[in-house]
Write a protein that binds this ligand. Structure first.
Ligand SMILES: N[C@@H](CCC(=O)N[C@@H](CS)C(=O)NCC(=O)O)C(=O)O
Length: 209
């Protein structure tokens, strides 16, 4: 059975949520962050990156949220939560899947790293904020007149990209982004999200990196 190595209040909540949506059984191993909010040594022993999420399946351990979502959809999804592969919707779906960690998270992580630094990072923080505004504006406009990112139906891309909206909400006001706020609230209302939170512990996002 697939094992999810779940670090408290981290991206691996997305993997629990995905598995709950798919009704796929899994073993859950819980890990707590250390005093520096890093993953504990036990996770580093599993994979050179030691970051969360990690999954182990068939004796192999994998990192990276997007790759893990793709793995689970291919091995356990039975075509659910993603468009058919030969459609334009699938190409858009993949665009969002790569976007989440490839671009969307970057300015938010930059701001978090600036907060962690003792140096004067005001200029860098300002750049991070400008970049974040660009990305939040992009997601906001993609959600205009639609409940979900792809084809107005819930897919794993919503699960993956929601971490950008949640993390941004912890760092700054989302008053100018009503579509993002409504979308995140809609996603958090899903029974599978709530089940994942019950099993994995409270998920407030933005304790990262
Ligand atoms: N791009 C990676 C980022 C992984 C990552 O940085 N995860 C954070 C938790 S949300 C983490 O493991 N932090 C603790 C650490 O790096 O020790 C992914 O999507 O899996």
């Amino acid at each position: 059975m697939l094992t999810v190595h779940h670090l408290s209040n981290s991206r691996s909540q997305k993997i629990l949520w995905l598995l709950e949506e798919l009704d796929t059984p899994y073993d859950l191993k819980l890990y707590m962050r250390d005093e520096n909010l890093s993953a504990p040594q036990d996770m580093k022993a599993l994979h050179p990156l030691g970051t969360s999420p990690l999954i182990t399946d068939q004796g192999e351990t994998f990192a990276e949220t997007g790759a893990i979502i793709d793995y689970i959809l291919r091995h356990y999804g039975q075509g659910k939560l993603q468009p058919a592969a030969d459609t334009l919707a699938y190409d858009r779906f993949m665009e969002w899947m790569h976007y989440a960690e490839g671009s969307g998270m970057f300015p938010l992580l930059l701001e978090i790293f600036c907060k962690m630094s003792d140096d004067d990072t005001r200029q860098l923080t300002q750049i991070a904020r400008m970049q974040a505004a660009k990305h939040l504006g992009y997601i906001e406009s993609a959600l205009a007149g639609t409940d979900y990112l792809v084809d107005n139906r819930f897919t794993a891309a919503d699960i993956h990209v929601s971490f950008v909206g949640e993390t941004a909400g912890q760092l700054m006001s989302l008053a100018d982004y009503p579509n993002i706020r409504g979308w995140v609230a809609r996603l958090h209302d899903r029974p599978a999200f709530e089940r994942a939170e019950q099993k994995g512990g409270y998920f407030g996002a933005a304790t990262p990196p």
